[in-house]
Design a protein around this ligand. Structure first.
Ligand SMILES: [Mg+2]
Length: 265
């Protein structure tokens, strides 16, 4: 989707990124958002009832079901009503924590069984490997539950990427993605200053919140993704991780010239 009106900045230009800790959004950033809606959502919807019946003695699931009952005003133990509430939240794409918990468990099992494989854009795994090899720490912050995130990066189409990721955050452990305090929580948990961290996301509101916490930001606008056309405001912007020139030091440290990108032969 290109426009000939005006002369926008070159969307393929390199973008410098300096950070010790890179925090990644998943949907629309590392991976096509459509996979969640087109594949993962129907997969979980088809299994809510059978999963709850089979695992209702599991402690985490029991707590999630109690949360559903409380939030949806459902009688305790009414599985049919709980499933109806989960379906309704799924239809509305509401980021309700107990929905994410139940989905995360179902997806985890699906990935482990080899019924699901997580797609990543082809530029992502090479960039993550290079950034990790250069000494950066990589974290994931997604609205999907931590269990779902871990399963996702472990069972990727590019192999097990979980070996590159040293931590996962969701809306339960960090808070909502559009609030600066969530990014402060992640920084504190990671033992890092805001200036050490960078967030990569396709949503301007999330990038705004990260920047308000003192983080560096890169907006990821991949053609065809749901929020690409909305842009990322005044955040530095790429269409591919291959455009990012990464240095594993925060901007304030003035580390000198970057290392050569390719060793001499
Ligand atoms: Mg996203």
């Amino acid at each position: 989707m290109t426009t000939r009106a005006g002369r926008p900045a070159d969307p393929s230009a390199p973008v410098d990124l300096r950070a010790k800790v890179v925090v990644l959004d998943i949907e629309g950033t590392t991976s096509p958002a459509g996979f969640v809606v087109d594949t993962l959502y129907p997969y979980s919807r088809a299994r809510f009832a059978s999963w709850i019946e089979a695992h209702r003695d599991d402690g985490e699931l029991r707590r999630a079901l109690a949360d559903v009952e409380r939030l949806a005003g459902v009688p305790a133990g009414d599985v049919t009503a709980v499933v109806r509430a989960l379906d309704r939240w799924l239809d509305a794409d509401e980021k309700v924590t107990p929905l994410k918990t139940v989905q995360g468990q179902i997806w985890d099992a699906g990935f482990a069984a080899g019924e699901l494989t997580a797609p990543f854009f082809p530029d992502v795994a090479p960039a993550l490997r290079a950034w990790a090899a250069s000494g950066a720490r990589l974290l994931v912050y997604s609205s999907g539950s931590v269990a779902a995130q871990r399963a996702y990066v472990t069972h990727s189409g590019e192999g097990d990427l979980s070996v590159l990721v040293s931590g996962f955050f969701d809306t339960r452990t960090a808070g909502p993605k559009r609030e600066a305090d969530s990014y402060r929580t992640i920084a504190r948990t990671a033992g890092a200053d805001g200036a050490d961290l960078a967030f990569l996301s396709d949503r301007r509101e999330e990038l705004d919140a990260a920047r308000a916490a003192g983080w560096a930001t890169v907006g990821v606008c991949r053609p065809g993704e749901p929020y690409a056309a909305a842009g990322v405001g005044d955040h530095p912007r790429v269409a591919s991780f291959a455009q990012i020139r990464f240095t594993p030091e925060p901007a304030s440290r003035h580390p000198g010239p970057p290392a050569r990108s390719r060793p001499p032969r």
